[in-house]
Design a protein around this ligand. Structure first.
Ligand code: ZN
Length: 338
């Protein structure tokens, strides 16, 4: 008896679903477009008014996926091109007889700010994340080789390769605009470097160096920031300095230094008192700044590590994490839109 009931139930179910989809597949999407209102973008899909749908929106830092379930069989959407320079790729297709999938890849990282569904439209709002500007200064260069390592290599080459790799890593994240004070083996005076750095109007400066010491056992990384105002020796009249802005910039630099030291993986040695103060000229740029001594090339182990891609990648990741943290690594608010 029970099995007969089951068969009847199944037959009725089939009839109902069949009749639901017995009409011809319908073109339900009327229009897909992107519109800009001030600094905000809105991705809009308009549907046929007689269609009801259930949307599911999944957002990514640089894209959005929309799944649409309809109460009827739908036709594959006509190819509609959204032409806008922020769109990297676009994909709209029939996912099942009664659902469509819509994917948009964007060229920039964005923050999703709203989603509005009406009876016949979807409007997803987002804004482009502002890029932070970072200057990376590869210490020394050209006729100034810096210190010489135990294996005969020069500081200027290690700082250059690390600077280039760090730049590439930061660019990959799409969150940063990066300037290098040099990207080849060229010499620049400190004044020329400072001019480039200050002209970049960057939000942060990282100067890369390697240490050397008479004590060949000494090894590890350290991070330098400027000292407190009363400890500045090379400025005769510190009263000309705006102490409020000096300390504001200094506290930002120190916040980064502390954070960076925290991110350095256990595999890499950190010096005792790794956050140090020094009145280095480069740190007097008009932005928060640190000078990172990546290790001691006078020490055999550090010298090997500094030449190893594995170690450099770890250090570079630590610097990137510290920058993300410094600029407030806002998790894409997209998650809350699900
Ligand atoms: Zn140096």
């Amino acid at each position: 008896m029970l099995s007969i009931l089951r068969i009847i139930f199944f037959a009725v179910f089939l009839l109902v679903t069949q009749s639901a989809y017995s009409e011809d597949p319908k073109q339900v999407v009327k229009k897909v477009y992107l519109k800009k209102e001030r600094e905000r973008y809105f991705l809009c899909i308009d549907f046929d008014e007689k269609t009801s749908f259930t949307p599911r929106v999944h957002t990514l830092p640089n894209g959005v996926k929309v799944l649409l379930s309809f109460n009827r069989e739908v036709a594959a959407p006509n190819a509609r091109k959204i032409s806008h320079n922020i769109i990297k790729g676009y994909f709209f297709e029939k996912f099942s007889p009664s659902s469509l999938m819509f994917i948009v890849a964007l060229k920039e990282n964005v923050t999703f700010i709203s989603k509005v569904y009406t009876k016949n439209s979807i409007k997803i709002g987002f804004s482009i994340n502002k890029k932070h500007i970072v200057v990376i200064d590869a210490g020394h260069g050209g006729k100034d080789p810096g210190t010489k390592g135990v294996s005969g290599s020069y500081e200027k080459n290690i700082t250059l390769v690390t600077a280039i790799e760090l730049r590439n890593e930061l660019l990959k994240s799409n969150r940063y605009k990066v300037f290098l004070t040099r990207d080849n083996d060229e010499f620049a005076t400190i004044e020329e470097r400072m001019e480039k750095i200050n002209a970049s109007k960057a939000n942060f400066l990282i100067s890369l160096h390697t240490d050397s010491n008479d004590d060949k056992n000494l090894r590890g990384m350290s991070v330098y920031t400027l000292p407190n105002l009363d400890k500045l020796k090379n400025i005769s009249d510190t009263s000309s300095i705006d102490s409020k802005s000096y300390y504001k910039t200094l506290s930002q630099s120190r916040k980064f230094a502390k954070c960076l030291v925290g991110y350095i993986p256990n595999a890499c040695r950190i010096k005792n008192r790794p956050c140090r103060n020094s009145e280095l000229k480069i740190l007097k740029a008009n932005m928060p700044a640190v000078l990172v001594e990546l290790g001691c090339i006078s020490n055999k182990i550090d010298n090997e590590l500094l030449h190893s891609q594995y170690f450099r990648t770890k250090t570079i990741c630590a610097i990137k994490y510290a920058l993300d943290n410094f600029f407030g690594d806002k998790k894409n608010e997209a998650d809350s839109l699900h």
